[in-house]
Design a protein around this ligand. Structure first.
Ligand code: TMP
Length: 237
């Protein structure tokens, strides 16, 4: 596989072309941002951890019938993925109230929700990723009703799989963000990443945060938390 030109640089990843038009190389950076890029930093070792964790989880999901963009891990930081057209929605699944949900509805962080929830944000940095309901997404032509239905179904199945897996690692999966894309044939697949950047992970016993909230909230121990959550994952693979 020949690595071609850089097509895109995001806040945490770069994307490169390959000699196959249907395949791309994703390269994970150690850069971290929060609050729509207002807060910036680096987390040493994060790129490699996010790459390896996301790949391990996507392979697990794929084995359980959820299609993903994952093709092959190339090295510590780089992965070969299927080229998709990203559906511009951030798909957030929650099991416990935290973050923006706790704030919007005035509930304490850590309240166990009676059922898992799925919500969408419009993936648009200029607008600050505003919340968006399914009807708005369809009205704006961001996704068809069938695509929304598939995305919701996959998101809840992914939640069940991931929640059960993390429980065996002594970790509560509080909430997480997914992105989906369309293959050339229109099929919806899971894309982007599943990592401590995009999930809230709490130690099941102590409640200690083992994710990017340590960076967002200046809690310290960011690198250690990324290493610890990776250690828990590796021990169960
Ligand atoms: P929130 O409570 O701030 O809305 O975040 C919900 C989940 O989504 C949490 O696990 C962190 C993740 N997330 C991202 O992956 N990217 C983002 O830009 C934001 C705001 C949250």
């Amino acid at each position: 596989m020949i690595k071609g030109a850089q097509l895109y640089e995001g806040k945490a990843k770069k994307v490169f072309a390959t000699d196959d038009p249907d395949l791309l190389i994703v390269s994970y950076k150690d850069d971290a941002t929060a609050f729509n890029g207002l807060k910036r930093g680096t987390v040493a070792g994060k790129g490699a951890i996010n790459n390896r964790m996301s790949n391990a989880l996507m392979q697990r999901l794929q084995q359980r019938g959820i299609p993903t963009h994952f093709v092959q891990e190339l090295n510590d930081r780089e992965t070969l993925v299927r080229r998709v057209d990203i559906v511009p929605l951030e798909v957030i699944v929650r099991n416990l109230a935290a973050g923006s949900f706790a704030k919007h509805y005035g509930v304490e962080e850590g309240r166990v929700l009676q059922t898992p929830t799925v919500e969408f944000s419009y993936k648009n940095d200029a607008l600050g990723d505003p919340l968006m309901n399914a009807s708005h997404a369809v009205a704006l032509g961001l996704a068809t009703p069938q695509e929304i239905d598939t995305i919701q179904t996959y998101a809840l199945r992914i939640n069940e799989e991931l929640r059960a897996f993390w429980r065996t690692c002594g970790v509560t999966l509080v909430d997480f963000k997914l992105e989906f894309g369309r293959l050339r044939n229109g099929a919806i697949v899971l894309a982007d990443e599943i990592s401590p950047d995009t999930c809230r992970f709490w130690d099941s016993e102590t409640g200690e945060k083992l994710d990017k909230d340590r960076f967002r909230r200046d809690l310290g121990g960011v690198e250690e938390a990324y290493r610890e959550i990776m250690r828990r994952l590796t021990a169960r693979l």
